[in-house]
Design a protein around this ligand. Structure first.
Ligand code: ZN
Length: 273
């Protein structure tokens, strides 16, 4: 499996559908997000152990989406840490969605690479509200930010100025904002908070490692999108017209037309509410 070493304390991989990272805090190694396929996650875990030469202490979830959590079972012998909100949403997903999926639905997941065969949906076992501090030799802060989804969490390691953000950052890729709990106004505010941290290393949920300049570009896109959708709603423009409007702010949307459509739909609904 291919992975990148950013610094001595940090490796990450984009072998899943989204990114997964592993951070060495000195005495403890934590994995961030478990990928979309548990067999891939298993391979990733052994790569991490081999790379750092020590066992993994726990898994941290940045949010509930399947492409970041379907490998959770590989870490079921360890604490699986998330905001309480994430646990609530994954429990709801299991009961309301997963248990009602037909074989056909599951085949579709499998075809998408989600590793549904022998999948054991596994929830977080250690939950927090708002903020949690983890300690090795260095400190890792887990901050519930919301935005991309309710419960979305970013990780900040102040000593090395390392930021691991999950899907709060889609770097150079049109962001998925279609979740029923997506709050685009909050999301834009969070990006401003991340910029203010002056991070030196930024691992995104999708796309390459980012810089503060990338965050500024995303901030600009989100701000313009918010203004655009608000204005159009005031003008009484329909959803279809907003979607088709060539003046909708641009952010790497080529090859992402379906994702863009779902996202605009959610954002319009958010402002109408
Ligand atoms: Zn996501």
């Amino acid at each position: 499996m291919d992975f990148k070493m950013v610094a001595e304390h940090l490796i990450w991989t984009d072998e899943g559908y989204g990114n997964s990272a592993a951070i060495d805090l000195g005495e403890k190694v934590f994995v961030i997000d478990s990928m979309f396929n548990w067999e891939l996650a298993k391979e990733w875990r052994s790569n991490i152990v081999q790379h750092f030469g020590k066992p993994v202490s726990g898994l941290i979830l940045t949010h509930h989406h399947a492409d970041h959590t379907f490998g959770n079972q590989v870490f079921s012998d360890l604490p699986i840490i998330s905001s309480l909100e994430i646990r609530k949403i994954t429990e709801e997903f299991e009961k309301e969605v997963w248990e009602n999926e037909t074989q056909e639905d599951r085949d579709e997941w499998e075809a998408g690479g989600y590793g549904v065969k022998n999948l054991q949906l596994t929830h977080s076992s250690l939950c927090f509200e708002k903020k949690l501090l983890l300690f090795g030799e260095r400190k890792l802060e887990l901050i519930q930010a919301d935005g991309h989804t309710s419960g979305s969490t970013y990780l900040w390691e102040p000593e090395t100025r390392t930021l691991i953000v999950g899907d709060l950052v889609f770097n150079k890729e049109f962001p998925y904002g279609g979740d029923a709990t997506c709050n685009v106004v909050k999301w834009q505010e969070v990006i401003e908070d991340l910029i203010a941290l002056e991070p030196e290393i930024i691992i995104s949920g999708h796309g390459p490692a980012a810089t503060v300049k990338d965050l500024e570009e995303i901030n600009d896109f989100l701000s313009k999108s918010i203004d655009f959708v608000r204005e159009k709603i005031v003008e009484g423009v329909t959803l279809k017209e907003i979607e088709a409007d060539p003046h909708f702010p641009e952010y790497y949307s080529q090859d992402r037309t379906e994702r863009k459509k779902i996202t605009i739909e959610r954002w319009v609904r958010f402002f109408k509410e």
